[in-house]
Design a protein around this ligand. Structure first.
Ligand code: PGA
Length: 250
């Protein structure tokens, strides 16, 4: 089964609209010969329109970093899946560990967001991963099983096809410590097994599972050569056009 890789930039709380435009102007020429993978930039909400406009006519997509579980209503400060679609987004990150750690995201809210997003046609990138204490305590598999099974709850096999999962061991995010391809591969196989239990083998075999956590130009090729790693979710190294282009062109 060959799965088209997805290379995603998570800009987190960086880049104003002008800075997003500047990035795109430098980035596009660097990937002009690239036709292999799906590429997506995920700016902050405020820089989404500028990014989409700058990317027009290119093969690069735009995604959001979070989303509400309702389509409209009295939810001050939130942005709905329908609004992201209307703005021109194609992807959305759900359940990033920083949302879980700092903003009260739970397995339950991840599931609600996922169920709200799927009918709109946005491609969700659902983040899972263990913190250092959990890895050291030997409970990584339990954590991944729990995060996946709760995220996938009440979603039909028919509706699950667009789901992308990003395995991001929290101890590797922004730390310069990268999981080895073998360690990531092990986690990815477990996640695929959970997907198979929830949606069946066929959907699970097609599901893309990305790796995230200190992906850099220097380690991208090794990670991407692993058969169970279907792309990357890149934070710090996606902020510079040259380094994200080097990762995309691994
Ligand atoms: P990092 O972040 O590449 O800076 O480690 C990855 C992420 O948080 O998605």
């Amino acid at each position: 089964m060959t799965r088209k890789k997805l290379m995603a930039a998570n800009w987190k709380m960086h880049k104003t609209p002008d800075q997003a435009r500047e990035f795109v102007a430098s980035f596009l020429p660097l990937i002009s010969g690239h036709h292999r993978d799906e590429i997506v930039l995920c700016p902050s909400f405020i820089s989404i329109p500028a990014t989409i406009e700058a990317l027009q006519g290119s093969r690069v997509d735009t995604g959001a970093q979070d989303v509400c579980w309702e389509q409209h209503g009295a939810f001050t400060g939130e942005v709905s899946p329908a609004m992201l679609r209307a703005a021109g987004c194609t992807h959305v990150i759900i359940g990033h560990s920083e949302r879980r750690q700092f903003f009260g995201e739970t397995d339950d809210s991840v599931n609600r967001k996922l169920r709200a997003v799927l009918p709109t046609g946005l491609k969700p990138i659902v983040c899972v991963g263990e913190v250092l204490e959990e890895r050291e305590a030997g409970v990584t598999e339990d954590v991944l099983r729990r995060q996946c099974s709760l995220a996938f709850r009440e979603i039909s096999a028919g509706g699950a096809a667009p789901i992308v999962v990003a395995y991001e061991p929290v101890w590797a995010i922004g730390t310069g410590k990268t999981a080895t391809p073998e360690l990531a591969g092990e986690a990815h196989r477990l996640i695929r097994h959970q997907a198979a239990q929830a949606f069946g083998e066929d959907v699970a075999n097609r599901m893309r599972i990305l790796y995230g956590g200190s992906v850099k130009p220097g380690n991208a090729a090794l990670l991407m050569s692993h058969q169970d790693i279907d792309g990357a979710l890149v934070g710090g190294a996606s902020l510079e056009p040259k380094s994200f282009a080097a990762i995309v062109n691994y």
